[in-house]
Design a binder for this molecule. Structure first.
Ligand code: FES
Length: 182
């Protein structure tokens, strides 16, 4: 009778033992997983710290070549992509640097050589070569940047100094400091 009880109890004990072992394995896995996760997060934070996020912006001052390279009465569009700026040499030989940004909603107008005007592709604003707005929804002339001569004789534009176009005012008169005569 006793022998019978012992033989029937054996599988139950083994089963309990198996369950306990499985639970231990499971908990061990969770433990190691947590440790690995903790190390991973810290490692990622360390790498992130070693390579800080830096915003590379184009410099605010840049040279645009020699005055002799600019024929009078022309708009130079070669610095649009890099600096968002036109270099304009007026018929009287004076220079100014103009921000290539429509004063309506900020699109980049196109210089139309044949029509001697800037035309915004977004809502049709038009500007004379001086940047004065004469058609479309633009509320004021386009802005200008400071332009001067660098030590090496090249034209130097400084985008940190801006001459804001005023509604109804010609920037040549409003901002004579925006003009460079060489
Ligand atoms: S953004 Fe130039 S006309 Fe609207």
């Amino acid at each position: 009778m006793v022998e019978n009880e012992l033989t029937t109890g054996q599988p139950e004990v083994e089963e309990r033992h198996d369950k306990a072992e499985k639970r231990r394995k499971f908990l061990r896995r969770i433990g190691w997983g947590s440790i690995a996760g903790f190390i991973g997060i810290n490692l990622a934070a360390f790498v992130r710290f070693m390579y800080p996020r830096v915003l590379f912006e184009p410099p605010t001052t840049f040279k645009v070549g020699n005055p002799v390279d600019y024929p009078p009465g022309q708009v130079n569009t070669q610095f649009i992509n890099k600096y968002g700026t036109w270099i304009v040499r007026q018929g009287d030989g004076s220079f100014f640097a103009m921000e290539a940004k429509c004063t309506h909603l900020g699109c980049t107008p196109n210089w139309l050589e044949a029509q001697q005007k800037f035309k915004c592709p977004c809502h049709g604003s038009g500007y004379y070569i001086s940047g004065f707005n004469f058609e479309g929804p633009a509320p004021r002339p386009m802005d200008r940047f400071k332009i001067s001569i660098a030590e090496d004789g090249q034209l130097l534009v400084d985008k940190s100094i801006k001459f804001k176009g005023m509604p109804g005012k010609d920037s040549n008169q409003m901002h004579p400091q925006s003009l460079l005569r060489v």
